[in-house]
Design a protein around this ligand. Structure first.
Ligand code: G6P
Length: 368
């Protein structure tokens, strides 16, 4: 065990720090620079078939469902194709209308999640083409699907998913580029997205430098009973994922919410004992999120902000600011989640929790 931990105290920490490498592996050999697009060997679809796709369904469970939400945003933004995200456990029984030109993707680290497998088999039975975005090669879901994309993230042992999540975000960003280039995305725009994607491993490496600062912030808030995670647009799935990580391994109740939706309920929870984590990088809704932060501050809630480097506005409002590199929106989900993974890790450790094997949870849920 010690050998594979490679000096790290836990698999989760090792896997968090492996992310620059796992992202490189997700992208390796998958760019076609001449055509400013990405290529996937295993989709088993011709460019004509791929171009004929009019709608995408993304399904999965847990953290994989969060990456699906990231995929929804990116594919709609860059490929202008409508995307629906479904909990696999709901999709398998819901019987929604699915048109012939819809492509169904199952997202899964393990490839063994019973609900995701059942949802894919049910859509396949109805004659739809089903694909997998999966980490474990040769797993049940990889075999059941008509094709797919492997993450190549390497074994993920910690029960709380970390590197598989960022690799899913990466593959979905590449898929958005691929679909975009079959539709409206120009050659130049394709080149820009490739260059942004290639910056992801370096930006994640830089984000990992916040580890010691995050540990100090974690020490300050480790005794909280409730923590809110708030972000907008592309940062909303990041808020959900941050909250899930904290619940999973530290057993602190946490909720992820779209920051503006907070005023319709969660703001009632805000008091001096309930910190809010705001994900507030530069971008389209930046000023709106700042306004949401002011609302929390006015009610006496402590604020931890995950923000772009050198942001005096956020500094002036938040109690603690974790600074991240300012990156293209396409790769923000991979970068912005890093301090949230580390935050949950340090809090869990300080509370004496079993980080790699949290109570009541399993790495892959093979029963319904
Ligand atoms: C379990 C794990 C989660 C994971 C989910 C989906 O609940 O504890 O970390 O996100 O299953 O797993 P999958 O392997 O399908 O991505």
């Amino acid at each position: 065990e010690d050998v594979s931990l490679q000096g790290y105290q836990h698999y989760m920490l090792k896997e968090i720090f492996e992310q620059p490498e796992s992202l490189r592996n997700a992208m390796r050999g998958r760019f076609d620079d001449e055509n400013a697009t990405s290529v996937f060997g295993g989709l088993n679809l011709t460019p004509q078939q791929m171009r004929g796709v009019r709608r995408i369904i993304l399904t999965g469970c847990g953290t994989s469902w969060h990456s699906a939400l990231v995929g929804e945003y990116l594919i709609e933004q860059y490929a202008r194709l409508p995307v629906s995200v479904e909990y696999a456990s709901e999709l398998r029984y819901r019987n929604p209308p699915i048109e012939n030109d819809t492509l169904v993707f199952g997202l899964t680290q393990s490839g063994e999640t019973a609900d995701t497998l059942a949802a894919l088999l049910e859509t396949k039975r109805k004659g739809h083409r089903t694909l997998a975005i999966c980490n474990v090669i040769g797993s049940s879901i990889a075999q059941a699907a008509d094709g797919g994309i492997y993450l190549h993230a390497g074994p993920e042992i910690g029960v709380a998913s970390t590197k598989a999540y960022t690799s899913q975000c990466c593959v979905l960003a590449m898929l958005a580029l691929h679909l975009g280039r079959l539709h409206n995305l120009s050659f130049e725009a394709g080149q820009q997205l490739i260059s942004a994607l290639k910056q992801a491993p370096g930006a994640v490496q830089e984000a990992l430098h916040c580890n010691e600062q995050v540990r100090q912030v974690a020490a300050k808030y480790k005794d909280a009973s409730n923590i809110l995670y708030l972000g907008r647009q592309l940062n909303f799935p990041t808020a959900l994922e941050g909250a899930l990580k904290l619940k999973e391994i530290s057993y602190i109740h946490a909720e992820g919410y779209p920051a503006a939706e907070m005023k319709h309920g969660p703001i009632a929870l805000v008091d001096a004992q309930t910190p809010s984590v705001f994900i507030v990088p530069q971008g389209s809704t930046y000023e709106k999120v700042i306004a949401n932060m002011e609302e929390v501050k006015a009610r006496g809630g402590p604020i931890i902000a995950v923000a772009s480097k050198d942001d005096p506005h956020v500094e002036a409002i938040a109690d603690d600011v974790i600074h991240l590199p300012d990156v293209d929106p396409l790769i923000q989900p991979m970068v912005n989640v890093i301090p949230l993974q580390l935050f949950s890790y340090h809090i869990a450790l300080m509370r004496g929790c079993d980080v790699d094997k949290p109570r009541n949870l399993a790495k892959s849920v093979t029963v319904e």
